[in-house]
Design a protein around this ligand. Structure first.
Ligand SMILES: [Zn+2]
Ligand SMILES: [Zn+2]
Length: 110
């Protein structure tokens, strides 16, 4: 009876540091869609939505203020490129409308 009980030698896999290079972030910023709040160039995914740095910061401040802004118009101000600072109330409303929330900041490094 032949027991081929060969001790399984641990394969000599020497762990080297030759990890495959992660895909380099090559200019992804230029490929992003525009900020969903103000329409300017977005910098990435913040608070659950694709926004620019300005709107990210704005939303962060808004969370602290709990969005307590007043709209001087009828809450239908036009927030767009160059006009995003016009009305924080309406800008904040857009943030909420597009699904921004403090829970959505998983991808945001503070
Ligand atoms: Zn923006
Ligand atoms: Zn407004």
């Amino acid at each position: 009876m032949e027991t081929s009980d060969v001790p399984v030698g641990v394969a000599d896999v020497s762990i080297t540091d030759s990890k495959p290079n992660p895909p380099a972030p090559t200019n992804t910023a230029s490929m992003l869609p525009p900020c969903r709040v103000c329409g300017e160039k977005a910098s990435g995914f913040h608070y659950g939505a694709n926004t620019c740095e300005a709107c990210k910061g704005f939303f962060r401040r808004s969370l602290k203020k709990k969005g307590e802004y007043k709209c001087v118009n009828n809450k239908d101000c036009n927030i767009g490129p160059g006009k995003r600072n016009g009305c924080p109330k309406c800008r904040y409303k857009i943030c909420l409308d597009i699904g921004m929330s403090k829970e959505g900041k998983y991808n945001d490094s503070i």
